[in-house]
Design a protein around this ligand. Structure first.
Ligand code: SAM
Ligand code: SF4
Length: 334
C-alpha cells in the first residue's frame, strides 16, 4: 500500500523515518580505490545528466522544508571535484540543517577554509593506510601527503571532529589497524573502520576475503584496551569503543556482519537526480525527469515520499537471492 502523498515525512512501511540525506554531487573521482572502482575508472555520467547546482539545491530544499530532512551529507564520487561545491554548501547551510562532507581529501588543504566559511559543519575523510606504499597500492595514486595535508587543514578550519573512515583489505592493509588507530589518536581524528561491502564496480567482493568487524576488534584489542563507549548508538552505524580508557574512541561499522538496517534513517540522492531508499536498492525514483518536465515542489515531494515507502527491511547480503545493485558505491554516493 502506498502512503498518502505529502505526508510531510519520509516514512517506510516498517515505520523508519529518513532524516539524513546523502547527496552525491558527482560520480567522478581522482583516486581509484581497488575496492571501489577499476584502474581505468568508469564510464562517467554525461554532463547533461548530472543535476545542476540549482537543481541540487531545489531538491535539497524540498527535502528539508517539506520532508523533515535534518542532516545533509555531500559525497560522490569525489565531491571536492564538483565545481559548485562551496556554493551548494552555503545554500544548504542557509536552510538551517547540519551539513557534512565525505571526501578523499585531495584538494581539501586548499578548500577547507572556504567550505568552513560556507557553513560546512564536519568532514569525514577516507584513508585506509598511513604508509605511502600501501596507500598507493590501494588507491593507485601516490597522494598520501595530499590527504594528510587536507586532514590538517580541515582540523585547523574547525571542520571537526574530523572523522577518518578506513576499509581493511585482506593481505593489503589488514595488519595496519593498530598503527592507524595510534596515529588517529595522536592527531585527534576519530577513526572508524568500515567492513567492505559488495558495492565495487568490478563485482570482486567476496565474503571470505572481507575483513570482519570481529577480526578488526580482535586485532585492535591486542594493542589497546577497548570498552563500549557510553554514548547510545541510535541510528549511528558505528559501534563505538573508548581507547585505553578514553577520551579517544574508535568505531567499527559492521555493515555486513551486524547490519543496522532496522535503525536506518538515510535516503540518497544520486548525482543524476535519482532517489535511492537504500545503498543496496535495486530500484530508483527519477526526480530529475520529473523536475525537468516541470513538476511542482509538491509533486516532487510526493514522488520522494512514495520512493521511500518501498524501502526494504534490510540489505539482504546474506540472502541467497541477494543481487549486487547495478550501480557501484561511487555512483550511488557512499
Ligand atoms: N570519494 C569520497 C571518499 O572516498 O570519501 C566519497 C565517496 S566514497 C564512495 C565514500 C566511502 O565509501 C569511502 O569512505 C569509501 O572508503 C567507502 N567505500 C567505497 N567502496 C566501498 C565498499 N565496497 N565497501 C565499503 N566501503 C566502501
Ligand atoms: Fe574515489 Fe572514494 Fe571510490 Fe576511493 S572510495 S575511488 S576516493 S569514490
Amino acid at each position: 500500500m502506498q502512503p498518502a502523498p505529502s505526508s510531510g515525512r519520509l516514512v517506510d512501511r516498517f515505520g523508519r523515518v529518513a532524516t539524513d540525506l546523502r547527496v552525491s554531487l558527482t560520480d567522478r573521482c581522482n583516486l581509484r580505490c581497488s575496492y571501489c572502482m577499476p584502474a581505468e575508472g568508469l564510464d562517467w555520467l554525461p554532463g547533461e545528466q548530472v543535476l545542476t547546482d540549482d537543481e541540487v539545491v531545489r531538491l535539497v530544499t524540498i527535502g528539508v522544508e517539506r520532508l523533515g530532512i535534518r542532516e545533509v551529507r555531500f559525497t560522490g564520487g569525489e565531491p571536492l571535484v564538483r565545481r559548485g561545491l562551496v556554493d551548494i554548501v552555503a545554500r544548504t547551510h542557509a536552510l538551517g540543517v547540519e551539513t557534512s562532507l565525505t571526501t578523499n581529501a585531495l584538494g581539501l588543504s586548499r578548500m577547507a577554509p572556504a567550505l568552513a566559511a560556507a557553513g560546512l559543519d564536519r568532514v569525514n575523510v577516507s584513508l585506509d593506510s598511513i604508509r605511502p606504499e600501501s596507500f598507493a597500492a590501494i588507491t593507485r595514486r601516490d597522494r598520501l601527503h595530499d590527504v594528510l595535508d587536507g586532514l590538517r587543514a580541515a582540523q585547523s578550519a574547525g571542520l571537526g571532529p574530523v572523522k577518518v573512515n578506513a576499509v581493511l583489505l585482506r593481505g593489503v592493509n589488514d595488519d595496519q589497524a593498530p598503527e592507524l588507530l595510534r596515529w588517529a589518536v595522536e592527531e585527534g581524528y576519530q577513526l572508524r573502520f568500515i567492513e567492505q561491502m559488495p558495492l565495487d564496480a568490478q563485482h570482486g567482493w567476496s565474503r571470505e576475503a572481507m575483513v570482519t568487524a570481529d577480526e578488526i576488534f580482535e586485532r585492535l584489542s591486542a594493542e589497546f584496551t577497548l570498552a563500549p563507549a557510553e554514548e547510545p548508538r541510535g541510528s549511528a552505524p558505528a559501534e563505538l569503543f573508548t581507547v585505553d580508557g578514553g577520551p579517544a574512541t574508535v568505531g567499527v561499522i559492521a555493515s555486513v556482519t551486524r547490519p543496522f538496517c532496522g535503525d536506518c534513517d538515510r535516503v540518497r540522492l544520486t548525482a543524476d537526480g535519482q532517489i535511492r531508499n537504500c545503498l543496496f536498492a535495486r530500484e530508483e525514483s527519477d526526480l530529475r525527469a520529473a523536475l525537468r518536465s516541470g513538476a511542482s515542489d509538491d509533486e516532487l515531494a510526493d514522488r520522494w515520499v512514495i520512493a521511500m515507502a518501498g524501502k526494504r527491511a534490510g540489505h539482504g547480503i546474506d540472502d541467497p537471492t541477494f543481487l549486487q545493485p547495478d550501480r557501484p558505491m561511487s555512483a550511488i554516493g557512499g
